[in-house]
Write a protein that binds this ligand. Structure first.
Ligand SMILES: [Zn+2]
Length: 91
């Protein structure tokens, strides 16, 4: 994996949350989609984010007490970092 690829991955991951929420501009969405089709680590991260988002939505949308969502989102950040570490070890 060279530096150009890493830069591209970073840009994709920076925009991944907006991409999954459907909030990216169309041109950026196309860039992210093309990258994901060609980059298994980013695709894995994307699947992870998507699964986590739906889990959070299912469990927290209607009944979350104040503060719970913040805690979940904090945990979510940590989980993502752990995934990155695990992915990095495999490379
Ligand atoms: Zn990538």
């Amino acid at each position: 994996m060279d530096d150009v690829t890493k830069d591209e991955c970073r840009e994709v991951l920076d925009n991944l949350e907006r991409y999954l929420d459907g909030e990216c501009p169309a041109d950026l969405e196309a860039v992210v989609a093309e990258h994901l089709s060609d980059c298994p680590p980013c695709l894995h991260r994307s699947d992870f984010e998507r699964a986590l988002s739906s889990l959070i939505a299912r469990h927290c949308r209607d009944t979350a007490p104040a503060g719970l969502l913040d805690r979940v989102l904090t945990t979510r950040r940590r989980s993502c970092e752990q995934v990155d570490v695990a992915a990095a070890k495999r490379l």
